[in-house]
Design a binder for this molecule. Structure first.
Ligand SMILES: [Zn+2]
Length: 306
């Protein structure tokens, strides 16, 4: 069945790019509601923003959604990954600012709070998007692909000059709580050489060594070092799951990303939804349901760092 949270959960923190403080309350919602954001700091006009691929702007550094009135919410990808990874299908996310708090740079604080509060089953069956034909997108930087598969799975490859990141590849079947065990605690990362450039453009203003892993050559500058030797590629998979969640339902298919990012995942969803015969939306039978990312998640399996 579809799920929502049992009770509202509040998060307070600063936006990674805007540096602005925000309070975000993730509230339970009824079946078929989906995931919506609501800007509670704006008093007039349409303040509801759908967490859907066709409301996303193609920005390189984060995922930003905008409604028809121009009201936006930025950096939604980690909370979206937390919801998708825990199998939460319906929520209303109230926020009093333009950007989701970055917290520790991963999805772990969201996942921990969601699993501690617990989920509630709703009286409506889960639908999933079954990939029925391979779609792919390519840019000069990399490529991304979705292909048919019985279980949701993912494969990612990155390649950075800095030796502290280097080349990393990871494959994962997103069943039996794998997201919670393997991906949710991996943090945003960036190169020291990019930080100044971003800040000159008015980005990463809320970035610190505590909410992002900063690397310089072969050195990890953030205190405490890495949570996983391949934390960077794990975080890219977390981002991809959060961005794919803008499809509006779990995707049954195999995702491959090679140096892919937020814009490319969005282009991939557009290709999926606009290519003839590329997908089928269907009710999940119990076997399929047991493959979805939310099945089998357990708070006890969260990595200790959270
Ligand atoms: Zn991220």
């Amino acid at each position: 069945m579809q799920t929502t949270l049992k009770t509202p959960v509040t998060f307070d923190g600063f936006g990674l790019h805007s540096g602005r403080k925000a309070r975000m309350v993730v509230r339970p919602a009824v079946a078929e509601h989906g995931i919506w954001f609501k800007r509670v700091d704006i008093e007039v006009g349409d303040t509801l923003v759908p967490a859907r691929w066709d409301a996303a702007e193609r920005t390189p550094l984060c995922t930003r959604i905008v409604n028809r009135a121009g009201v936006s919410v930025s950096t939604i990808e980690h909370v979206m990954a937390g919801l998708a990874g825990c199998g939460i299908h319906n929520a209303l996310i109230e926020i009093d600012g333009p950007e989701v708090p970055i917290l520790d740079g991963s999805a772990a604080p969201f996942v921990k709070a969601f699993l501690e509060r617990g989920l509630r089953s709703l009286n409506a069956p889960v639908r999933a998007i079954e990939v029925t034909r391979t779609v792919s997108v390519e840019t000069p930087n990399g490529w991304a692909r979705l292909e048919p598969a019985r279980t949701p799975s993912m494969e990612f490859h990155i390649d950075f000059e800095d030796a502290a990141i280097g080349a990393q590849t990871k494959s994962l079947t997103l069943t039996n709580g794998a997201f919670v065990r393997e991906l949710c605690d991996s943090r945003t990362f960036c190169r020291l050489s990019d930080v100044e450039a971003m800040q000159a453009q008015g980005l990463a203003l809320g970035g610190t060594y505590e909410n992002a892993v900063v690397v310089d050559g072969d050195r990890v500058l953030s205190p405490g070092g890495l949570r996983h030797a391949d934390e960077a590629v794990r975080h890219k998979m977390l981002d991809a799951l959060g961005d794919l969640a803008l499809a509006g339902a779990p995707i049954l298919g195999h995702y491959t990303g090679v140096r892919a990012g937020h814009s490319m995942t969005n282009m991939l969803l557009e290709a999926l939804f606009t290519t003839d015969g590329a997908y089928r939306m269907g009710m999940c039978d119990p076997v399929t349901r047991s493959y979805l990312p939310g099945a089998g998640v357990a708070l006890a399996e969260m990595p200790a760092v959270a």
